[in-house]
Design a protein around this ligand. Structure first.
Ligand code: ZN
Length: 121
């Protein structure tokens, strides 16, 4: 895993967690979270405002992290080696196909079925 992808993923997770914390501060139903974080909050800022700020900042951080992740994924680290002709993978490919109308066997490049004569394209 590239460092950029790891950093992006970390930023996304941190942003998401921050968003969740902020989200938990806004509704009054989650009393346990309120009490847990109320001691950490600055006293001069209302809890709801702080929650909104956390949601906002966390949301932006998560989006940025996601963008960094997607950017780093755009440049694949692992290069897929092309299958060389004559290798076991290449020769394992089926050389025959079935007619989609009658089920007769025909060559892969056949346009018309030799059994029923219908076009395969
Ligand atoms: Zn056929």
């Amino acid at each position: 895993m590239s460092k950029r992808l790891a950093a992006g993923a970390l930023l996304f997770i941190l942003g998401f967690v921050t968003y969740q914390v902020g989200d938990s501060l806004i509704p009054k139903e989650n009393q346990m979270m309120m009490e847990l974080f109320s001691g950490l909050l600055p006293k001069d800022i209302p809890t709801e405002t702080f929650g909104l700020l956390l949601q906002f900042g966390g949301g932006i951080a998560a989006i940025l992290g996601l963008i960094v992740c997607l950017n780093s994924l755009g440049r694949p680290v692992v290069r897929i080696q092309p299958v060389a002709a004559g290798s076991p993978e290449a020769s394992a490919a089926p050389e025959k196909q079935r007619c989609k109308f009658c089920g007769g066997t025909l060559e892969l490049d056949s346009v018309f079925c030799p059994v029923c004569g219908r076009s395969q394209k």
